[in-house]
Design a protein around this ligand. Structure first.
Ligand code: SF4
Length: 203
């Protein structure tokens, strides 16, 4: 056990330990990506949260920022508690450029340690989640002050200011702001009809 180690010295100590065969496998990778059971296990799922989580584990932006907490829910219910993650994703029908498709609402800045809940910054197609994760983390890396958490940066610049920065590097591939209510409200007859009405194949 090493006591009284300054946080800044941790990476160097890890490197020294790894050099003598005492490295912890995966210690420098993001492992704080959590997902609900999602599809195809949960009958309410709109998106396969587990598969996305598995892919995000290898995202370079998350690997170099292993303290970031990512939570993915496969539908607007919040079994993965996406509202209290640094980066939260809730699956559903999203509208990008006027076209309905399966995707995720993006929540930023949730942090119970700071008493903050995440706010929706926009939505993105399922196929673009990995790319926008890189963009979001890149914006945070550019804006953050020393030692500042993502929730701290969002709180300082505001969710709209942060969203504008994302838009500067991701324009046209996502949609800033909340999803219109009529495409996110649950229907009494289940998700299939809602998706079909939105033009999204359900099988
Ligand atoms: S968030 Fe939705 S998809 Fe995920 S386990 Fe809960 S109800 Fe199912």
């Amino acid at each position: 056990m090493f006591r009284h180690v300054p946080i800044k010295a941790v990476p160097a100590i890890r490197a020294e330990l790894a050099a003598v065969g005492l490295g912890l496998e995966g210690a420098d990778q993001s492992r704080d990506v959590r997902a609900c059971t999602g599809g195809p296990v949960c009958s309410l799922a709109l998106t396969p949260a587990q598969g996305l989580a598995y892919r995000l584990l290898e995202q370079p932006a998350l690997v170099r920022n292993s303290g970031l907490r990512v939570s993915i829910s496969g539908c607007p219910n919040s079994c993965a508690q996406h509202q209290i993650a640094d980066l939260g994703l809730s699956g559903g029908t999203v509208t990008i450029g006027g076209i309905s498709m399966l995707g995720y609402q993006i929540w930023l800045g949730g942090d119970l340690r700071a008493n903050t809940l995440g706010q929706t910054v926009g939505r993105v197609a399922e196929t673009d989640v990995a790319a926008i994760t890189e963009a979001i983390v890149g914006v945070w890396e550019a804006l953050r002050r020393e030692g500042e958490t993502l929730s701290g940066t969002v709180d300082r610049v505001g969710i709209e200011g942060f969203g504008a920065q994302i838009n500067a590097v991701f324009e046209g591939r996502w949609e800033p702001g909340d999803e219109p209510a009529e495409t996110t409200a649950p229907t009494p007859d289940g998700n299939g009809r809602r998706l079909a009405a939105a033009g999204v194949p359900t099988r």
